[in-house]
Design a binder for this molecule. Structure first.
Ligand code: HSE
Length: 427
């Protein structure tokens, strides 16, 4: 029986989950694979607090490098989060020839290329299943079961916090700030919640998915990233009236040999599977040219779901299989499509003065910018002198929407900031 000794950096929620999972199912894993995982050492700045798992105190240290440099440790699990220290730890471990398992999407999105190259140079693998979709083994599906496919598109609900907030706003008619405050009180949302609600966490995960699907390291500033901060319940209500739900969606697809990518709150048709992904769940909808449409669904965060993916990677590393670095470096790279040239449909919600000719003025600006209107909805719901009017457009270029929205916002008959969201047709 081969034993694999694990060194864990970061004894937080997921670190404790990894220990719990291994204590629970280590024996089963060894029966299945012939490899027995065992906890060798754990490093954290806090080695006093109770994590709810039984660990021999002699395994705990505050010195991460004493774990990374220990010749008895076979695999390093990086769960410290953040970028700077985590990067130093991962590079040192790889240099020491130790495979590294990480759940750190920010690190991969910002320094992935350097880490994959370090991994290739040292021959020690880098494993990152837990970085996207928590417990959902979607990266392995892309590299393994879907290897025979060109990936046509990936649509992901990748942030549990945002999906939880949107679900509660939708079900209970609540406003964003109220749900966020409650989610933080219950410990669902981080404090500060910026990475989640401003779309950055979703964008980091999208970068990882895009690099596996299309080989390209997509820089974070090369695509549109918008979150759900400040989304009004009105948008959810109007979207519902028009047959849609609002989801924070990562869209990654190939368009004429280039990667189109964006992260933004989007209208999803109510009869699409992704519209039924509620609460803190994640889902990744992948379309391959051979397999067609597939859906990968599960818990995208949390102690045990994320630990499940980390443990899977530990076993992959112990078996000496590629975790994705070799695949990534060898993959043909597609260029990145200019975000201004992306063709989308949009939902526009304006507060207009309730007087003659106002819709004509807006329609004129849209038409002038080559944007065709697909539907218009105005209810007798005046707020003072204003009336909300919603337009659904046909496809047009992002740059035309940007120009049109600037002109529309400057019209005298328009009050406040117009709201614009993408409509996803999954075509
Ligand atoms: N904060 C993330 C979420 C989980 O809410 O989905 C970690 O990626």
């Amino acid at each position: 029986m081969k034993e694999v000794k694990i060194g864990i950096l970061g004894f937080g929620t997921v670190g404790a989950g990894v220990v719990e999972g291994i204590l629970k199912n280590g024996e089963l894993m060894s029966q299945r694979t012939g490899i027995l995982p065992s906890i060798g050492k754990i490093a954290d700045l806090d080695i006093e607090s109770d994590r709810g798992v039984k660990v021999d105190a002699s395994l705990l240290t505050t010195n991460a490098f004493s774990v990374i440099d220990d010749p008895e440790i076979d695999v390093i699990v990086e769960l410290v989060g953040g970028v700077k220290a985590a990067k130093d730890f991962v590079l040192r471990a790889l240099k020491n020839g130790k495979p590294v398992v990480t759940a750190n999407k920010a690190l991969l999105a910002e320094a992935g290329r350097e880490l994959f190259e370090a991994s290739a140079k040292s021959g020690a693998g880098l494993y990152f299943e837990a970085s996207v979709g928590g417990g959902i083994p979607v990266l392995r599906a892309l590299r393994d079961g879907l290897v025979g496919n060109q990936i046509k598109s990936i649509y992901g609900i990748l942030n549990g916090t945002c999906n939880y907030i949107l679900t509660r706003m939708e079900r209970e008619g609540l406003e964003f700030d109220a749900v966020l405050a409650e989610a933080q009180k219950l410990g669902y949302a981080e404090t500060p919640p910026d990475l989640d609600i401003d779309g950055l966490d979703t964008a980091h995960k999208a970068v990882v998915l895009a690099s596996l699907a299309y080989g390209a390291p997509v820089p974070m500033d090369a695509f549109t990233v918008e979150g759900i901060r400040g989304l009004s319940h009105r948008e959810i209500e109007y979207a519902d009236d028009l047959g849609y739900r609002i989801k924070l969606l990562a869209v990654i697809r190939e368009v004429a040999g280039e990667i189109e990518m964006r992260v933004e709150p989007s209208l999803v048709p109510q009869d699409h599977l992704l519209a039924s992904v509620h609460d803190a769940f994640n889902a990744v909808f992948v379309e391959g040219d051979v397999v067609g449409e597939t859906l990968h669904y599960g818990r995208g965060a949390g102690r045990l779901p994320t630990a499940s993916a980390v443990i899977g990677d530990i076993m992959e590393a112990a078996a000496g299989r590629d975790g994705g670095s070799a695949w990534l470096l060898a993959h043909k790279k597609l260029p990145i499509h200019n975000p201004q040239e992306v063709s989308i449909r949009c939902y526009l919600r304006l507060s207009l003065k309730d007087q003659p000719d106002v819709i004509a003025q807006v329609a004129h600006v849209l038409g002038k910018n080559n944007i065709s209107i697909g539907a218009v909805m105005q209810k007798e719901q005046n707020v003072g002198e204003q009336v909300p009017v919603v337009f659904l457009t046909h496809h047009a270029l992002e740059k035309n929407f940007v120009a049109a929205m600037k002109e529309i916002a400057a019209l005298d008959v328009v009050d406040g900031e117009p709201v614009r969201m993408a409509i996803e047709d999954f075509e």
